[in-house]
Design a protein around this ligand. Structure first.
Ligand SMILES: [Zn+2]
Length: 443
């Protein structure tokens, strides 16, 4: 039911079929539980491959493990000398507990103008916009100048080992000549004031430093005086780390965002009291609250096996996030806080990434938004977390977070990511197809 009803002889537009495509994708459960567990992406990949095949694209389904499928396609452009452009997105979603939801998270139901379901915003809505827009353009014979490369990926909600990391390693030939890309987490509207909508376009991400900490001590009987208790040592270290106030560090990307927001709001943001400003500005404030400093949150603890035994070691995991250029300061601080008795190793370590907020691609993205929304104020912003963009950065591709959506002021969009009752307005998706289409006209 991806084809919207159409008159005999007329072709469905992207706006007409985007909700149907999204609904179909939402009904395919692609839950990623991490550590290789969950529902594999293969059925979604096959569905997407059919949608591409229908408009003459010849996609490849590349599996990284049984069922862990990625869809790759390269649509030839009209000018072999023009740079290729990539749109990438992930097919997997985080788990959803139906008991907590108002509608079943895998029903793909439309209610009150919204499409409900796990993945509606993260990020099957964006996949649907991409597919609908590309399908309309190809049906109308409108190609981009450079090749348009499409990558629908597995495993973004874990490490990307079965998805983005796999394809940049094993299928790098698909991305030859690609310098820039768009993907999730940007381009959505945030109502800053009546009639003023800020559209953050992601031009960077903090780096990831996921660490496993180990405290070693002397094992012994729980009733005896402890010589060197690993559990206590780890708790002290974690307490120092968790209560540390990371200093504000304004990187160039965040400075640009603050300038843009000040312009949109008609009053500058006070750089000397950014935490208070973030709270005052609500949804707009959240665009920078998570990127004005490094962070290191303890997330797991593991020690001991019996109440009357002091274990010889204790473990913790910490989610560290590092602003561009601040790695050295981050690790020096972490080591000082942990102290000499704690050792650390990486579970995952990736550098911060950045795209060009002053180049023609950013200008084209911003222009496409302004053309469809007269109240649009596009601003560059930095993401506090990470996406598949980091894997593509390894092969020299700079990604912009751009999944255009027009949202009403009532929807807390960022709470939708991995949230209960995740949903996306149908009109917002339709808007997104028009913006994407305009942008692709510039490629
Ligand atoms: Zn996502």
């Amino acid at each position: 039911m991806t084809q919207a009803p159409s008159q005999e002889g007329t072709l469905p537009t992207a706006a007409a079929e985007v909700a149907g495509i999204c609904s179909d994708l939402l009904r395919i459960d692609t839950t990623n539980e991490g550590e290789g567990k969950g529902r594999p992406e293969r059925p979604a990949a096959e569905h997407i491959a059919v949608l591409l095949d229908e408009v003459g694209v010849d996609p490849v389904i590349a599996e990284s493990a049984p069922g862990r499928a990625n869809v790759l396609a390269r649509v030839p452009g009209t000018d072999p000398d023009a740079p290729a452009f990539l749109i990438h997105g992930h097919m997997d979603v985080v788990p959803a507990d139906p008991g907590e939801w108002s509608v079943h998270p895998f029903s793909g139901e439309v209610r009150d103008g919204y499409l409900w379901g796990r993945g509606a915003v993260d990020m099957k809505g964006t996949l649907a916009m991409t597919l609908a827009t590309v399908r309309q353009r190809l049906r109308e014979g409108r190609r981009t100048r450079g090749d348009l490369v499409l990558a629908f990926l597995a495993d973004e909600e874990c490490t990307g080992d079965y998805g983005s990391r796999h394809v940049v390693g094993e299928h790098a030939d698909f991305f030859t000549g690609v310098e820039e890309a768009i993907s999730e987490s940007g381009g959505f509207s945030v109502t800053a004031a009546p009639g003023t909508r800020v559209y953050p376009i992601a031009t960077g991400e903090r780096g990831s430093a996921w660490m496993r900490l180990t405290a070693r001590g002397v094992a012994g009987h729980g009733s005896k005086p402890a010589a060197d208790n690993a559990v206590a040592e780890l708790c002290h270290a974690i307490s120092r780390l968790a209560s540390y106030q990371w200093p504000v560090r304004l990187t160039p990307g965040v400075r640009r965002l603050l300038d843009g927001l000040g312009e949109a709001l008609g009053a500058p943001i006070d750089h000397d009291r950014l935490d208070a400003e973030a709270r005052r500005l609500g949804l707009v404030g959240r665009l920078f609250a998570g990127t004005i400093r490094n962070s290191a949150n303890p997330t797991r603890l593991d020690a001991g096996y019996k109440v009357n035994v002091i274990p010889g070691s204790a473990y913790a995991q910490v989610d560290g996030r590092v602003l561009p250029g601040l790695s050295e300061e981050f690790f020096a601080t972490v080591d000082r806080l942990l102290g000499p008795k704690i050792t650390r190793e990486f579970i995952n370590h990736e550098q911060a990434i950045a795209a060009d907020a002053d180049g023609p691609t950013f200008a084209a993205l911003a222009g496409a938004l302004r053309a469809e929304d007269a109240a649009a104020h596009p601003v560059p912003y930095v993401m506090s977390g990470g996406t598949d963009a980091k894997a593509f950065a390894r092969i020299g591709i700079r990604s912009f977070g751009f999944a255009p959506l027009l949202l009403g002021p009532e929807l807390d969009y960022q709470a939708m990511f991995h949230g209960v009752d995740e949903r996306v307005p149908v009109a917002g998706l339709e808007f997104g197809t028009r913006v994407l289409d305009r942008f692709l006209d510039t490629r």
